[in-house]
Design a protein around this ligand. Structure first.
Ligand code: ZN
Length: 113
């Protein structure tokens, strides 16, 4: 989508430092980190949010979670642990309407809610 920030990052039209990437997704650091490690794992394909996921996205999701695991290792939180989460829609505070997985860690995390 032409006016989508993450689509423009995926295409390279908006340059951004990538922590890691594979065929299905790329990962960047959040510009407003909530913890010492806060990365976003973003599919190359435009999907508005998790409500649009169906069985046809199986390969993409496998690529997304594989990359998240790689990011956890690269960012040094593989052993200590981290949280993976999707925000879905307005009440969750979703601001960019292109599916993205938050990887948050590097400190002891409280309960979410
Ligand atoms: Zn997009």
């Amino acid at each position: 989508m032409a006016d989508c920030l993450f689509c423009n990052m995926a295409s390279g039209d908006i340059p951004v430092e990538r922590v890691a990437e594979n065929d299905h997704a790329f990962a960047i650091r959040d510009i407003n980190p909530r913890a010492p490690v806060h990365a976003l794992v973003i599919p190359r394909e435009h999907i508005a949010d998790a409500r649009e996921i169906d069985a046809g996205h199986a390969d993409m999701l496998a690529g997304l979670f594989t990359l998240a695991s790689q990011v956890g290792r690269a960012e040094g939180v593989h052993e200590s642990g981290y949280r993976l989460s999707f925000n879905v829609g307005d009440d969750a505070g979703m601001t960019i309407h292109h599916l993205h997985l938050h990887l948050v860690g590097g400190r002891r995390l409280g309960h979410e809610g």
